[in-house]
Design a protein around this ligand. Sequence first.
Ligand SMILES: NC(=O)c1ccc[n+]([C@@H]2O[C@H](COP(=O)([O-])OP(=O)(O)OC[C@H]3O[C@@H](n4cnc5c(N)ncnc54)[C@H](OP(=O)(O)O)[C@@H]3O)[C@@H](O)[C@H]2O)c1
Length: 338
Amino acid sequence: MTIARGREAAPRGLRWFRADAARLRGGARRLDHEVTETVTTTALRGADCRLPTLAFVGAGRAGTALAAAAHAAGYRVTAVASRTPASAHRLAAAVQATPVAGPVAAAMSADLTVLTVPDAAVTRLAAVLAASGMSLGGRGVLHCSGALDRSALAAVRQVAAAAGAVHPLASLAGAAGAAALRGSFFAVDADPVLRPWLERLVEDLGGIPFAAARLDRALYHAAAVLAGNAPLALLERATTLLRAAGVDARVAEEALTSLLLGAVANARRLGVRAALTGPVVRNDAGTVARHLRALEHDPASQELYHHLACETLAVSGVDGRDEVAAVLASPPRLRATA
Ligand SMILES: NC(=O)c1ccc[n+]([C@@H]2O[C@H](COP(=O)([O-])OP(=O)(O)OC[C@H]3O[C@@H](n4cnc5c(N)ncnc54)[C@H](OP(=O)(O)O)[C@@H]3O)[C@@H](O)[C@H]2O)c1
């Protein structure tokens, strides 16, 4: 498919768009011919000299991964600011950017400023930009928080910037996290003028954008935390139990990580329900009872096991699993204290 890129008239100046060139030729949209180009999808990245420039505020895990990925995708990162100057210098050196002292200098240097800071700092930084009095007309400011929507950046509109929120549903741990962005879904919530830039950015990072305006962000983020973070807490606890069972520490962690990866791969291939295995699904009630007894010395682990076994039963269905349902309805420790 041939994609036409260009800018068209918008209420507040020009805005970027991308569209199927064949449809445009049919007269669906009028172009500003001075800045319109036609390229094939495969040649898009190399041919494009109009990518927005980026500045990052917050040189932690997400900032490092996103800046590295954007740099590798051909975006120019102009500046990096962070709370600790050494962090800003480290990331700036990695992406050929200039370390700057604060968010205002960063925002003045780029088309898009990405706030990759803890949630609590997002609104504070937007207020700092608003209070600067510097015009950010034609520029955008976005954050990457899962728990906040773009309204957290409402203050930047006072200095004429557009606001956006781009949350990668990915687990990012530094520069190596850049690879984790490929194939990840990104929730995009942006002022309309910013949306084409942000969707394009996500696609250039190898991600898949989806519209995220009007989401219940707390619920959305709680779900992301359950899927993205909780399995690792579970893995840590399971590793401790495996070591207590007598398995060497290094083998324990590697073996259980492989087990988890296999289960997740099955879920991706077959769907979660079809991929479920284990004693609850098999209705091996005696085995589940033995597990619960083995965990009696460790009430927190027993409670966790019991809770997740009940959840597994709910997902797989009680039908044909009466025995295991009976064991879970009255686990050993609860029986002992009843
Ligand atoms: N990590 C992930 O997997 C992931 C995934 C999706 C979205 N996110 C989002 O990305 C954002 C950052 O998360 P993270 O995991 O990257 O956290 P992080 O590793 O703790 O990094 C946060 C960075 O922000 C800097 N910082 C803190 N307060 C600041 C301020 N007032 N001004 C400038 N810089 C400040 C810190 O500075 P110094 O190091 O300089 O002291 C740190 O480098 C969050 O909104 C999070 O929801 C993270």
